[in-house]
Design a binder for this molecule. Structure first.
Ligand SMILES: *[C@@H]1O[C@H](CO)[C@@H](O)[C@H](O)[C@H]1NC(C)=O
Ligand SMILES: *[C@@H]1O[C@H](CO)[C@@H](O)[C@H](O)[C@H]1NC(C)=O
Ligand SMILES: *[C@@H]1O[C@H](CO)[C@@H](O)[C@H](O)[C@H]1NC(C)=O
Ligand SMILES: *[C@@H]1O[C@H](CO)[C@@H](O)[C@H](O)[C@H]1NC(C)=O
Ligand SMILES: *[C@@H]1O[C@H](CO)[C@@H](O)[C@H](O)[C@H]1NC(C)=O
Ligand SMILES: *[C@@H]1O[C@H](CO)[C@@H](O)[C@H](O)[C@H]1NC(C)=O
Ligand SMILES: *[C@@H]1O[C@H](CO)[C@@H](O)[C@H](O)[C@H]1NC(C)=O
Ligand SMILES: *[C@@H]1O[C@H](CO)[C@@H](O)[C@H](O)[C@H]1NC(C)=O
Ligand SMILES: *[C@@H]1O[C@H](CO)[C@@H](O)[C@H](O)[C@H]1NC(C)=O
Length: 388
């Protein structure tokens, strides 16, 4: 049913747009021999790509006058597991990791609905993994009212994750407006590492918030700051909405992707403000049916789709829809995609960029591109100095 298959040709599209990338810790090969010519991707005769976001409920634009999030409604039988009841201290100094884990274990073991409650104040946290499955078959909800500060040193994170959720179903992670802050303190040590784009010597990066094998859930109303590496990672996840999330790191902080998706299906990334030192959103191998809409990206390297093919057996990327996004002054790192890309659309993308190409798609005979659509792209080149 595909109207067009581009193959037996190496293509390097420099059209305002696209993609590629991903994979933490992978430097871009300086000279890519696969690029032999430049052509434009044909636009006509592509089948309609379904609007994957059509059924998704309207959610508020992030703006200064966004309404307060509704108060948490606790259902009968729902129990609150307050981390301070398990020994967490909101003084910004006392490592509360084990208290958080004890509260989680109790909430996860609870036979009825449970909420892990993180009250106001500042909690210092090392690596924590919130694992399931839980006894009622559903993840406890997570309600964040305070600020979480990561231990600053990289050595404190041998597993390369700060806060990780794994093997869970039905999760809700939400916070109060401008209160729920996850500050990974990347500026203390992590950003002194070389950029993985430029060096093979970069260390494994620490992700701030990782979801691994998590299905069905919503993540909203939280702010992530100063990632040591990627801010949010979805891996082996299905059916998750992430919206009203602010992600902020300096434009020159290395390897600080905003949201990274791989090996996951049905992820909606919406209504969020992302300003980081690397890709705002990166959609990696094995991603299927991913919608990105109403994202403000800047500074950052834009929105990327694809893979460098560094790992064996990487899966293709298909069903990607990027709509109604604004990109402000981003740089685009051009990296090859070595997995097949199909059913990808970029629609109504506006803003400015300051590198040679905003959207770059690379396809080759071994990894053809199928059904790629660009519509309504308004990106102006600005000759501003690079963000440094
Ligand atoms: C995100 O930033 C906007 C604009 O600064 C602000 O109005 C909103 O409350 C922030 N949201 C969160 C969850 O921090
Ligand atoms: C658990 O919460 C759901 C809503 O999230 C509610 O429909 C259900 O009745 C609750 N179950 C119990 C046992 O309270
Ligand atoms: C994924 O999580 C579910 C529980 O939600 C578990 O039963 C399953 O074994 C996990 N799969 C993998 C590959 O870890
Ligand atoms: C996530 O949000 C959707 C849409 O509002 C809702 O239908 C679903 O029940 C929510 N899931 C969880 C686990 O809270
Ligand atoms: C992706 O979306 C298409 C079209 O809605 C659907 O047919 C397909 O089953 C979805 N695939 C996955 C893995 O969710
Ligand atoms: C395009 O996206 C912007 C947000 O970036 C939105 O305000 C505008 O209404 C959209 N326009 C169309 C025609 O979809
Ligand atoms: C994009 O913006 C247009 C115009 O505001 C709106 O009709 C459409 O629903 C939006 N699409 C998404 C996916 O937000
Ligand atoms: C774009 O970014 C610049 C520099 O950060 C800022 O001054 C400007 O207001 C932004 N423009 C828009 C439309 O957000
Ligand atoms: C791009 O340039 C055109 C023509 O100068 C202008 O009308 C438009 O507003 C600019 N768009 C952005 C997003 O800066």
């Amino acid at each position: 049913m595909l109207a067009s298959r581009i193959s037996n040709m190496v293509i390097y599209v420099t059209l305002l747009c696209v993609t590629s990338s991903v994979a933490a810790g992978i430097p871009f090969p300086a000279n890519d021999p696969t690029i032999v010519q430049t052509v434009l991707v044909p636009f006509k005769d592509f089948p309609e790509i379904p609007d994957l976001s059509a059924d998704y409920p309207e959610i508020s634009e992030p703006s200064a006058d966004s309404p307060e999030p509704p108060e948490t409604i606790f259902f009968p039988g729902e129990q609150l597991f307050d981390v301070t009841d398990y020994g967490a201290v909101a003084d910004g100094n006392t490592d509360s990791s084990s208290a958080f884990l004890s509260a989680w274990d109790a909430a996860c073991a609870h036979a009825e609905n449970a909420t892990l409650y993180i009250s106001e104040g500042e909690f210092l946290l090392g690596p924590v993994t919130f694992s399931g499955p839980c006894s009622n078959g559903k993840s406890p909800n997570v309600e964040i009212r305070g600020t979480l500060m990561a231990q600053p040193e990289l050595d404190a994170f041998p597993d390369s994750n700060w806060i990780k959720f794994k093997q869970l179903n039905g999760i809700s992670v939400t916070g109060g407006k401008e209160e729920a802050i996850l500050d990974a303190q990347g500026g203390v040590e992590a950003w002194k590492q070389p950029s993985c784009r430029k060096s093979e010597k970069c260390k494994i990066l620490v992700s701030s918030l990782r979801f691994s094998n998590v299905s069905n859930g919503n993540i909203s109303n939280i702010a992530l700051l100063n990632g040591k590496g990627f801010h949010v990672v979805f891996q082996d996840c299905n059916n998750i909405n992430i919206y009203n999330v602010n992600i902020t790191a300096p434009g020159d902080s290395p390897n600080t992707d905003g949201i990274h998706v791989s090996q996951s299906t049905e992820i909606n990334i919406a209504s969020s403000i992302i300003g980081v030192g690397d890709d705002c959103v990166s959609i990696g191998p094995g991603s299927v049916n991913i919608s990105v809409f109403r994202i403000y990206c800047g500074p950052g390297h834009g929105i990327s789709v694809g893979s460098l093919g560094r790992n064996p057996n990487e899966k293709d990327v298909t069903g990607i829809s990027v709509r109604n996004c604004t990109i402000n002054g981003t740089q685009n790192g051009v990296r090859a995609s070595l997995v097949k890309l199909s059913d990808i659309e970029f629609k109504n993308i506006s803003g400015t960029y300051n590198s040679k190409s905003k959207i770059t798609l690379r396809c080759s005979s071994s990894v053809p591109c199928e059904n790629i659509k660009f519509e309504d792209i308004h990106l102006n080149y600005t000759n501003k100095p690079e963000i440094l």
